[in-house]
Ligand binder design. Structure first.
Ligand code: SF4
Length: 121
């Protein structure tokens, strides 16, 4: 059951989670060319080993520990995490399209600073 990155990561992209992930399943990394254009970071659902290291590392509490625990307001971003692949431009674009729609349809959450969004989920 993979962990899921949600909308506090939008506008944050802190990458502390990337540094602590033992299996390198969070992308894009800072040194990857797509980092600058990516709206948020994503967890590869099949590579995640559910270790939990990323959760306390995230400064804005963006990461949920399962699909079930991901709140309804963030369920659309489960799919974004599932389709994102660093190596595939089409998959990257598909994930970013989901995130763009999330931003458009969650103006209330986006109006909050990233550090306050999780409490509003
Ligand atoms: Fe990486 Fe562990 Fe977080 Fe999964 S739970 S994304 S393996 S740090």
């Amino acid at each position: 059951m993979p962990f899921v990155i949600t909308d506090p990561c939008i506008g944050t992209k802190d990458t502390a989670c990337v540094d602590v992930c033992p299996v390198d399943c969070i992308h894009p990394r800072k040194e990857e060319p797509e980092f600058q254009s990516a709206t948020m970071l994503y967890i590869h659902p099949e590579e995640c080993i559910d270790c939990g290291a990323c959760v306390p590392a995230c400064p804005v509490s963006a990461i949920y520990d399962s699909l079930e625990s991901t709140p309804n307001s963030q369920k659309d971003l489960i799919e974004a995490n599932f389709v994102y692949r660093s190596s595939d431009p089409e998959n990257r674009e598909a994930a970013e399209d989901i995130v763009k729609r999330h931003i458009e349809t969650h103006a209330d959450l986006m109006a909050l600073p990233p550090s306050e969004r999780m409490a509003a989920h």
